[in-house]
Design a protein around this ligand. Structure first.
Ligand SMILES: [Zn+2]
Ligand SMILES: [Zn+2]
Length: 281
């Protein structure tokens, strides 16, 4: 059976967290490495992509697809530090689908990696990079039997949710989205229907959500409601609040598991085999 797995390299939202109280769940911001057979797809380029890039370089992985949900700093901050992008034998495609007309994925990266904010510009990337723009709900055909469906998320400045279908299994990555209480997001429900795994924005809880309306994030309880409605088997709590230390996240994970047996909180280093019976820790 073809390998289909997702490894968490960064699960933190908004900004990297201090190391001390966050040893279990990790400090780094959004980055998930997805393996589909011989192909490597990276979801978001938060600070977690730095370690991911180093590992891929050492493993001689020379072909990458980087799918960005959006370009808030916590999702792109690691991009200038991805070692394979500085190697001329590497080919990479970087996708963005949240930008307004008049800008593009390439322009967005050029504006971000630019003096005086940063001394290195994308011109110094030696890899062959193809910057790709798309508009949700477009489906991206990555080849080798990998189809990626997309949907617009409810987030300030826009964001995109992804569903990767491969070898009869599916993984959804839905982060940086705000729900409307009592009104499940139809676009998300369509996207995630019957998926094996959903990684979901659980920055807040239903109890703290009211104070954060308009911030663009969701709760683990909404993740459970969506999972139950759509028949998701494994829900991965993701985009952890920077103030949620190990102790808090362990408690939230236990609460979520009591409500939905297939819930697990993302921690750096966790690998999920998509479609396998992953046992919550
Ligand atoms: Zn974020
Ligand atoms: Zn964001």
């Amino acid at each position: 059976m073809s390998r289909f797995s997702a490894t968490i390299w960064g699960a933190r939202g908004s900004i990297a967290a201090p190391a001390g109280p966050n040893r279990e769940f990790g400090s780094d911001t959004s980055c998930v490495e997805v393996t589909c057979g011989k192909r490597t797809i990276i979801l978001d380029a938060g600070t977690g992509i730095v370690g991911c890039g180093r590992k891929l370089y050492e493993a001689h992985v020379n072909d990458l697809d980087i799918l960005l949900t959006h370009c808030h700093f916590d999702h792109i901050m690691g991009l200038p530090f991805v070692i394979p992008l500085y190697k001329d034998h590497v080919t990479a495609r970087i996708f963005a689908g949240h930008l307004d007309a008049g800008t593009s994925c390439r322009k967005m990266v050029e504006r971000f990696m630019c003096p005086p904010y940063f001394p290195v510009t994308p011109k110094q990337f030696a890899a062959k990079i193809d910057y790709r723009n798309f508009s949700p709900p477009e489906t991206l055909d990555l080849g080798d039997g990998i189809a990626v469906r997309t949907v617009k998320l409810n987030h300030p400045n826009g964001a995109v949710g992804y569903r990767i279908d491969y070898a009869g299994r599916s993984l959804c990555y839905v982060t940086d989205t705000e729900h409307v209480p009592g009104q499940p997001d139809k676009g998300i429900l369509d996207l995630i229907e019957d998926a094996d795994v959903m990684i979901y924005d659980t920055t807040y809880t239903d109890e703290t959500f009211e104070r954060h309306v308009g911030f663009g994030h969701s709760t683990w309880q909404e993740g459970v409601r969506l999972s139950e409605a759509a028949g998701i088997r494994q829900l991965v709590l993701f985009h952890h609040d920077v103030l949620h230390t190990d102790e808090t996240l362990e408690a939230l994970e236990r609460e979520a598991q009591a409500r939905f047996a297939g819930a697990i909180a993302a921690r750096t280093g966790l690998t999920i085999e998509v479609g396998a019976d992953n046992i919550p820790v």
